[in-house]
Design a protein. Structure first.
Length: 285
């Protein structure tokens, strides 16, 4: 093999690797993104042109493919960075390092402000540009389990069947992920006339402290004692109860054993309608 042949072979191998990496980035990381569609279409069109044309047009097609592949790899790398650094962790007035939510501070949190803080993040705007379409809240979870606490907000996009998850724990920044629904999202199974943002405002108007006090009162009536709680999980989710269908608020009270690092999640579980109506209540052991 002559030096010129080796040079051509190396160039072809380099281009093949670059094309494989670019297509892999587009197909694996971009999900239903319109960017993926454009990249794959450009590669196919210019790939055919590269094989069929000659001279200058062949070189143009070749370098167009190279440019598209470099863009695909660069964009997927940038997207990975944006997903990993999806916004500063909410502080909720907490000054401790390594803590997102603590008990009882969690009872003063505004759900509306949490969702708005996620929507104001650059990563959320970036994802809405890449995956345009209306999104709605699928679930929201706040917890203080084992000291550091955490927040998770999951949005559902019906048009693309994708979910956008934003989560933070132990005082860290938000991390985001794009996932595909394996089944039908609960927000589509149990539709509600009210807009989810209005439901969150309705919950905030009563306040998490109000729901918690209500549950503690029921617990005292049933057991005759005040529940020992030092960890709390609050979930906003879609439910289909006996007399209610739509967004509900779930409270789970637990008592962490600091010596064993374990948590007893059976103190109480209560589920509410946004207007404060109790759907069900269960005492732990």
């Amino acid at each position: 093999m002559t030096p010129n042949d080796k040079h051509v072979a190396i160039k072809n191998i380099f281009m093949a690797v670059l094309m494989a990496g670019g297509l892999f980035s587009a197909i694996v990381f971009f999900n239903n993104s319109w960017i993926k569609t454009v990249i794959v279409a450009l590669v196919i069109i210019n790939g055919v042109a590269w094989l069929a044309l000659h001279n200058l047009l062949k070189r143009i097609a070749k370098y167009t493919i190279l440019a598209v592949m470099i863009f695909a790899i660069s964009f997927s790398t940038f997207e990975g960075y944006m997903l990993w650094n999806a916004g500063d962790s909410p502080t909720f007035g907490i000054s401790q390092s390594g803590v997102t939510l603590s008990y009882p501070t969690i009872l003063n949190v505004s759900l509306t402000e949490i969702v708005q803080s996620v929507k104001n993040a650059s990563t959320f705007s970036f994802l809405m540009l890449e995956y345009p379409g209306e999104v709605k809240i699928e679930t929201m979870t706040l917890h203080t389990i084992f000291g550091g606490g955490g927040v998770e907000v999951v949005f559902c996009q019906e048009s693309s069947k994708l979910g956008f998850r934003f989560s933070t724990s132990n005082g860290g920044s938000y991390h985001a992920a794009v996932t595909r629904w394996s089944g039908v999202p609960f927000s589509q199974m149990y539709p509600q006339q009210q807009i989810s943002d209005d439901v969150l405002r309705q919950i905030d108007n009563l306040g998490l402290q109000w729901y918690y006090d209500y549950v503690v009162g029921i617990y005292q009536d049933k057991t005759g004692v005040v529940p020992e709680i030092n960890d709390l999980q609050v979930s906003v989710q879609w439910d289909n109860c006996v007399n209610y269908q739509g967004i509900s608020l779930l409270l789970m009270g637990s008592c962490e054993n600091s010596e064993l690092g374990q948590s007893n999640n059976n103190v109480f579980i209560a589920n509410f309608q946004p207007n404060g109506t109790l759907n069900y209540f269960e005492c732990g052991n």
